[in-house]
Write a protein that binds this ligand. Sequence first.
Ligand SMILES: C[S@@+](CC[C@H](N)C(=O)[O-])C[C@H]1O[C@@H](n2cnc3c(N)ncnc32)[C@H](O)[C@@H]1O
Length: 301
Amino acid sequence: MKIYHQPVMLNECIEALEIEETGIYVDVTFGGGGHSLKILEKIKGGRLIAFDQDEDAKQEAEKIKSRSFTFCQANFMYMKKYLKLNGVTEVNGVLADLGISSHQIDSAERGFSTRFDGPLDMRMDKSTALTAADVLNDYSEDQLHKIFGMYGELKNAKTAARLIAQRRVAKTLMRTEDLKSALQPIAPRGKENKYFAQVFQALRIEVNEEMKALEDFLHQCGEVIVKGGRLVVMSYHSLEDRMVKNYINKGKVFGEVEKDFFGNEIKPFNAVNRKPIEASEEEVKNNSRARSAKLRVAEKI
Ligand SMILES: C[S@@+](CC[C@H](N)C(=O)[O-])C[C@H]1O[C@@H](n2cnc3c(N)ncnc32)[C@H](O)[C@@H]1O
């Protein structure tokens, strides 16, 4: 049987949460539930509230019958609101395992994969309006340049945007193969897979407003986690990791830490580790997705 998603750094994440049996925990990226199930094993009398905006993840969550478990099919940018709807205003720990699951990547019809042809969709929440095709066909060349540069970190973002703008005049881009064939002439030889992965990443971030969701979510963690509670975030690309690192160290995702009248820093968390935790060689050997994972842990002040 094909597994939905192989959880990354499972033990490291669970240890980082320092779970108390009667505590309330939140897993904002349920996916196939790998981390959630482990949290549920550790709590007795406590509660786990899980989020995922994807309908497929909801179906996985429905398999869990524990009374300690609540699932919210929602974007984690609304975490605080959904917690309140479930009678929760304070929690002991929050886990986020960012990005998309193997199940999402491997489902050709979702359009996330560079390996199979599929529609240019890339929505994690299929009820939202904007698709990757909309971005590619309707955004201005300047907007595409910005997205490819900022979110995909493409060195030739301007050229890529120009090629897309030229190609779409003759034919609307509808399939992932249309996108790949438009950019094939400028993909670095021998590194095409990495290049397309960056292009797809850029579009996925835009379609799902991933940067805004992460920023809103991080700020809400500062409001709902109790003193001494843990924030545990695993990211898979440098943009996300930089935002998480900044938030933990400076209390905001961009800019410098603010200080009060006496010069004390105003920030909700202290970093538990100065450097992010990475997966062991052994894990990377068994699960290539673990290669780029960076785990940051912080404690509420
Ligand atoms: C890497 S997977 C999590 C895998 C999970 N930890 C496991 O072990 O099975 C990320 C999941 O988070 C969900 N997700 C990503 N961004 C989200 C957001 N802003 N709000 C809600 N869910 C989100 C995706 O739909 C995906 O299912």
